[in-house]
Design a protein around this ligand. Structure first.
Ligand code: 9N3
Length: 621
């Protein structure tokens, strides 16, 4: 019995046997190797020893059994070689209606076989056409496969299913051929009626691999290698027109059964795959659950160990508390600070009442500085000022503030008014750089009864710093550059749970005399970050950077009659600008909330302090 050639009309003798007719590709070496050959649905793909020689492709059961003769052969002159569209290992070789379905061990060997067959083939017109066709499909195939294998191992994952698909395509081919055979039979039936003539049967059995049990007489048909007598004997068993109907019917059933078997195999594969995916999913879910659990317990441990909010507590994007918690903590800390301040304030006034000091000196901590003792003695030496190594920096800062900081931002859409209280207006521009809030701030205020010089004096002179500044833990003058410029190092109170900040800055006070006599002169203090070798480096602190200016202009309204200018006639217009870079991460919402709360508080407190401090004292213009 044969494989697929048993049921088509021409894996025929003339193609299979006659080496002389087939021609000979001179000088081309013999090529042989193992290829899988499709037998039938029962035996499926079977390894066969295939030999390419003398323009003929022959196959043997195995390499050891070549002396028993080949089981089938094809003349290659008219053979059409078709590499399979999807199965990268497969090649189909057909001669007329006879097809061999072959598979190599890998795409490389498949291509090697195709190339060798082309080399051995003695060309006929037909052959060259097929050769062209073959090359056409090879081109697309090699490009498709190279792209395919380059993608990933995923091409192997669907390997069995792909193989099954290839098998089913083989079944389809077989069935198509059977349909053709039947059609031929019907055609000849129609002809026979008129001509009453039976055609000589052309069907030749090829491979005995297939359906040995289908023969009723137990005779095995041999292919081109077998005896011709047996072939003719068998013809008598065939139906009308030489067609083996029983064989065809059995094969039809077998092929359809094969399709069903393959389909069910596919289903099995898919079910197995689904099961394995399900198992993997369950495993992954379990893994996730365990990781989540260990994360939670690690978090609890860490909270215990790092003294939540203590010095080892990590600030920054990796902080274990979220912004809301952080924000609440900051709010609570600030409230505590406020309460403590209030308490110390009431304590101070209580002491002052019991031991009176000169009026207007309530906030003075030392009581020995020039202003409180002899206010008139404050010498204005701002113009011309002393030269020091930071003079040019200060000059540049002052110029910038005079040019840009004094610009009105009331109608500027970029600046949003965040707080308005009486004459005080606080604006800010929301600016972030790498997630760090830099929001520039600008505030304007009108303070009655004080001059710009007085405001700047109390702001600049560190002797009063502790009287009005509530956010500083400690400060010291690192270097005095001149009588209106110094370098200050200060540590800010820690805003729990954020890290503590320190600032090193140059603080300079200047008077800018206007060149237009209708405009008032300007007094200003600018505080801007600098580097200094003597500056303490604190491992506890994160270094913040500041660029702050207090810019003041004094407006004087003419006094009534011949009176002297009193404090009732003066008004100080303040522009306060602050650019603070916290120097490290802190939650944006927290910083913004703190800034919104601290700056207005500072401005009110400080200006009231200056008012109180100067009240009843001679005016310092
Ligand atoms: C803030 C400093 C920090 C944060 C300042 C520094 C600051 C403000 C005013 C200096 O006008 S001054 O020069 C008077 C002299 O002290 C001056 C304000 C904000 C939060 C209000 C923006 C640094 C401390 C800090 C930053 C970030 N602490 C925690 C997180």
């Amino acid at each position: 019995m044969s494989d697929n050639q048993s049921w088509n009309s021409s894996g025929s003798e003339e193609d299979l046997e006659p080496k002389e007719e087939c021609g000979h590709a001179a000088g081309v070496a013999e090529f042989s190797g193992v290829l899988s050959k499709w037998t039938n649905y029962i035996h499926g793909w079977q390894d066969r020893w295939v030999v390419l020689k003398n323009n003929t492709l022959s196959y043997y059961k195995s390499q050891d059994e070549t002396e028993y003769g080949c089981r089938g052969s094809l003349c290659l002159s008219k053979a059409v070689i078709t590499p399979h569209e999807f199965d990268e290992c497969r090649l189909d070789i057909s001669v007329n209606d006879s097809v061999w379905y072959l598979r190599a061990q890998d795409p490389y060997h498949r291509n090697q076989w195709i190339d060798s067959i082309e080399l051995h083939r003695v060309d006929s017109g037909y052959g060259s056409e097929s050769s062209l066709r073959r090359h056409g499909s090879m081109l697309s195939l090699t490009s498709a496969t190279s792209g395919y294998s380059a993608t990933s191992t995923s091409s192997f994952k669907g390997h069995s299913l792909r193989e099954k698909l290839a098998e089913m395509e083989t079944f389809r081919d077989i069935l198509c051929r059977q349909v053709d055979t039947l059609q031929k039979y019907f055609d000849s039936c129609a002809n026979a009626e008129s001509r009453d003539e039976l055609q000589r049967d052309k069907i030749v059995e090829d491979d005995e691999d297939d359906f040995p049990s289908t023969r009723t007489d137990g005779e095995f048909l041999h292919n081109n290698n077998g005896s011709r007598e047996k072939l003719f004997q068998s013809l008598s068993l065939k139906g009308i027109n030489g067609i083996d109907f029983k064989g065809e019917a059995i094969t039809f059933k077998a092929t359809t059964a094969g399709i069903l078997a393959t389909l069910s195999h596919c289903i099995d594969l898919m079910v197995k795959r689904e099961d394995s995916w399900q198992k993997r999913l369950e495993k992954e879910m379990e893994k996730r659950r365990r990781i989540e659990e260990s994360y939670k317990s690690a978090l609890i441990e860490l909270k215990k160990k790092s003294h939540f909010g203590g010095p080892d507590y990590e600030e920054g994007p990796n902080s274990l508390i979220n912004e809301d918690e952080f924000f609440d903590a900051v709010e609570a800390a600030l409230d505590r600070q406020d309460k403590m301040e209030e308490q110390s304030q009431t304590e101070k006034t209580r002491i002052q009442r019991s031991s009176p000091v000169p009026p207007g000196d309530v906030y003075s901590s030392s009581g020995s500085h020039r202003f409180s003792d002899k206010p008139q003695a404050v010498i204005v030496r701002a113009v011309p000022h002393e030269v020091h190594r930071f003079s040019s920096e200060v000059e540049e800062m002052v110029q910038n503030h005079m040019t840009y900081s004094l610009q009105d931002v009331g109608g500027d859409a970029n600046w949003q008014l965040v707080v308005e209280e009486g004459e005080m207006k606080v604006y800010r521009r929301e600016v972030e750089e790498n997630g760090i809030v830099l929001d520039p701030l600008k505030a304007t205020h009108s303070v009655k009864g004080v001059t710009g010089h007085e405001v700047c004096h109390f702001f600049w002179d560190t002797a009063y710093r502790n009287d009005w500044e509530t956010t500083i833990e400690n400060f010291n003058v690192v270097e005095t550059l001149s009588d209106n410029a110094m370098i200050v190092y200060q540590t800010h109170k820690r805003v729990w749970p954020a890290s503590q900040r320190d600032v090193l800055y140059l603080s300079a006070m200047r008077k800018i005399v206007t060149n237009n006599e209708n405009d008032p002169d300007t007094w200003l203090v600018c505080n801007f970050s600098v580097d200094h070798d003597d500056a303490q480096v604190s491992s506890r602190c994160v270094r913040a950077k500041i660029n702050i200016a207090m810019i003041c202009q004094t407006l004087v309204s003419p006094p009534e009659g011949n009176r002297e200018i009193s404090r009732d006639n003066i008004l100080c217009k303040i522009t306060y600008v602050a650019n603070v870079n916290p120097g490290g991460w802190a939650p944006a919402s927290v910083l913004r909330a703190v800034a919104k709360r601290e700056y207005p508080k500072f401005l009110k407190r400080f200006t009231s302090y200056v008012q109180e401090k100067t009240a009843g004292k001679p005016i310092l213009f």
